[in-house]
Design a protein around this ligand. Structure first.
Ligand code: ZN
Length: 272
């Protein structure tokens, strides 16, 4: 996620659409039971940095636990984000963060993640140039969608959570590629924090963008075991979060943001 999360950590985020069988916003199951999947959806989650998946971790965990194929891809390996590690930016840091991401994926019950290694912080600058990392990212996204044929693609919203340029670019490029597809386009879900005036932003999330609840299309309910998996996944990221944050962040997100369901906004309508 990045520096904002690390700063926050010392004190202390975030049923799918018609085809997946997850409930729509107006039809939320109230019980703790598993969503009733006709067929578990396959999910391709495309994110910017190792640890970004924590913001949607319980949703990934329950999807995998329900038997759906869940592929996790990181556009960069976070080589510019030492977090709380004290390491210098560079390859050693990237290798460490990749190991942490493998640990996180295992905790969530996922297959090993893919690393596209496009360079932390490099996606936005010079994006229009012919050989830019952003153009490579677009090609990789297209290849991944063709390879995995997911029912659902999950990524950052256009705001990138708290505005990180890599997050924004991953969101924009994934959106661009899927918008260009014809038949067979997967559902594109943006992770979202619902705007609820009754709920204060958790400490450290004051700068995170909120989404009008009227635009939240998908709320993926999870169970305690999924929350525990999310906690275990976060615990893998020793380079990014001090110990007290690794202990406190997931309960805080559960209590103040997720509250039993991870929220998403469907990017493209199914029908007109
Ligand atoms: Zn990030």
């Amino acid at each position: 996620m990045g520096k904002a999360m690390v700063a926050a950590a010392a004190a202390l985020a975030m049923g799918a659409s018609a085809l997946t069988g997850w409930a729509r916003a107006q039809d939320i199951p109230s019980g703790p039971e598993l969503p009733e999947f006709d067929e578990p959806p396959s999910i391709l989650a495309i994110l910017a940095h190792p640890d970004d998946e924590i913001t949607i971790a319980p949703a990934l965990a329950i999807a995998a636990r329900s038997g759906g194929e869940v592929a996790l891809v990181f556009a960069t390996s976070g080589d510019a984000g030492p977090g709380s590690s004290g390491l210098e930016p560079g390859e050693a840091l990237a290798a460490l963060r990749e190991d942490e991401a493998r640990c996180s994926a295992s905790a969530l019950g996922l297959e090993q993640p893919q690393f596209w290694r496009l360079g932390d912080g490099t996606l936005a600058p010079l994006a229009r140039m012919p050989d830019s990392p952003a153009r490579t990212l677009a090609a990789r996204v297209a290849e991944a969608v063709e390879r995995y044929e997911p029912d659902v693609v999950m990524t950052w919203g256009p705001e990138g959570g708290y505005g990180h340029s890599d997050h924004r670019m991953v969101s924009a490029v994934v959106t661009q590629v899927l918008a260009g597809m014809g038949d067979g386009r997967p559902d594109l879900l943006y992770s979202a924090i619902p705007a609820d005036p009754a709920i204060a932003a958790p400490p450290g999330f004051e700068d995170w963008a909120r989404t009008d609840p009227a635009l939240i299309t998908d709320r993926i309910g999870y169970e305690r075991v999924d929350l525990e998996a999310a906690g275990e996944a976060l615990g893998c990221y020793e380079s990014q979060f001090p110990q007290e944050a690794r202990a406190a962040l997931i309960p805080m997100l559960h209590g103040m943001v997720w509250r039993g369901k991870v929220h998403f906004r469907l990017a493209f309508a199914h029908e007109f």
